[in-house]
Design a protein around this ligand. Structure first.
Ligand code: SF4
Length: 378
């Protein structure tokens, strides 16, 4: 089984907090990008031979900045090179201001069955501060439009810990989000990434980061409100109605291979990671064979990644599965390192002999994770 990811590196404008690779260049570059992307999908078709395609995810950037014709070319290229008969989920990310009734119907006809909307907040002042292009009303209207077009599997992204955001305004965001007919909610604490305008503002003393106490209170409110609304907290930042977990993201958390196309897209075949150039001009200059780098992961690297990603989930990880995947030295290390955390209640038993982070430890998971990782000196 494998997942397929396509990176669309275009945005109408840049948000002040974002460090994802994207550009605001226009239609000409976009056309060359689409041609190069289709060529890459064709050139790398044999990499996944013998495996079954399980999920497709078009992310960005802003995929809804592509024209329907450009999206159709990409979908056709995927269908020509991959067997899509058993695909269980096909997601496209969109910005609320791009969602029109025509767009919604067209992407549904192209075969997308899930839309992930970048909402971030329902506070118009904060949206303006973040340089988002949409308003709260547009976000609500985009959800309604997508529902009318037949989408029942909708996800929205929110952010908390925004400069000036209070516990009350975050609760209002949650109330609005959870009153919408969406099946999935992702909520992230704002990060001050290096090189962003937001971080430059902080460094000049113009804004400050939310303190730890407020961030924790916001996280607790998120857990409470989402669970009260019937959402399962299945990963640190992700909540889903029953049966609506993100299948594509879940594959990142359980070590399923994935193939990524487009500038800055990553691929993972189970042992080797590959990432394409983060430069759309360089990408388009080499149709089908973009500059890329690769890294062979050691068994230790793979164990560390497995522990980190599995511990983020409510299913946790099972020592027997560690033994099966990595061998007895790793499961022994895990059992020994986990024991004090189990005793202190930071790790708790989960289903089928697994251990997961307790509710209290979820927000401060780094210390537990680092203890469980393979020690450098051995
Ligand atoms: S947050 Fe989304 S829309 Fe904003 S710049 Fe980043 S990728 Fe583009």
């Amino acid at each position: 089984m494998y997942g397929l990811y396509i990176h669309v590196p275009f945005c109408a404008s840049r948000c002040i907090y974002c460090d994802f690779y994207s550009t605001t260049l226009g239609a000409d570059v976009r056309r060359r990008y689409v041609a190069a992307l289709c060529a890459e999908i064709e050139a790398r078709r044999d990499e996944t031979a013998g495996s079954r395609l399980h999920t497709i995810y078009i992310g960005g950037g802003t995929p809804s900045q592509l024209t329907i014709d450009e999206l159709a070319q990409i979908v056709d290229a995927v269908r020509a090179c991959h067997d899509t008969a058993a695909v269980a989920e096909t997601t496209i990310e969109a910005n609320p201001d791009d969602v029109t009734p025509r767009w919604a119907v067209a992407v549904r006809r192209l075969g997308f069955d899930r839309v992930s909307l970048g909402v971030q907040t329902f506070d118009d002042d904060l949206l303006r501060f973040l340089s988002r292009r949409h308003t709260a009303a547009q976000a609500c209207s985009a959800v309604a439009t997508l529902r009318e077009a037949g989408f029942t599997n909708l996800s929205i992204d929110l952010m908390y810990g925004l400069p000036g955001q209070t516990a009350e305004s975050w609760r209002r965001d949650l109330t609005t989000a959870l009153s919408l007919p969406v099946a999935h909610l992702s909520a992230y604490s704002l990060m001050f990434e290096s090189g962003t305008r937001l971080t430059a503002m902080r460094d000049k003393g113009l804004v400050s980061e939310a303190d730890e106490e407020l961030s924790l209170a916001m996280f607790r409110a998120l857990e409470e409100e989402a669970e009260r609304a019937g959402f399962e907290h299945y990963e640190i930042s992700n909540f889903a109605r029953p049966g609506r977990r993100s299948l594509h993201n879940a594959s990142y958390w359980d070590g399923t291979p994935y193939v990524g196309f487009g500038p800055a897209a990553h691929s993972f075949d189970g042992a080797r990671r590959r990432w394409n150039t983060s430069d759309v001009a360089a990408y388009a200059a080499w149709p089908g064979h973009p500059p890329c780098a690769t890294e062979q992961l050691t068994l230790h690297d793979r164990y560390d990644e497995y522990v980190m990603t599995r511990l983020r989930t409510c299913d946790g990880l099972c020592p027997d599965e560690i033994e099966r995947r990595f061998g007895s030295a790793f499961s022994l290390h895990f059992r020994r390192a986990a024991a004090p955390h189990l005793q202190a209640g930071r790790l708790v038993p989960a289903a089928a002999g697994s251990l997961r982070l307790s509710r209290e430890a979820l927000f401060v998971s780094d210390a537990v994770m680092s203890d469980l990782m393979w020690p450098d000196e051995t």
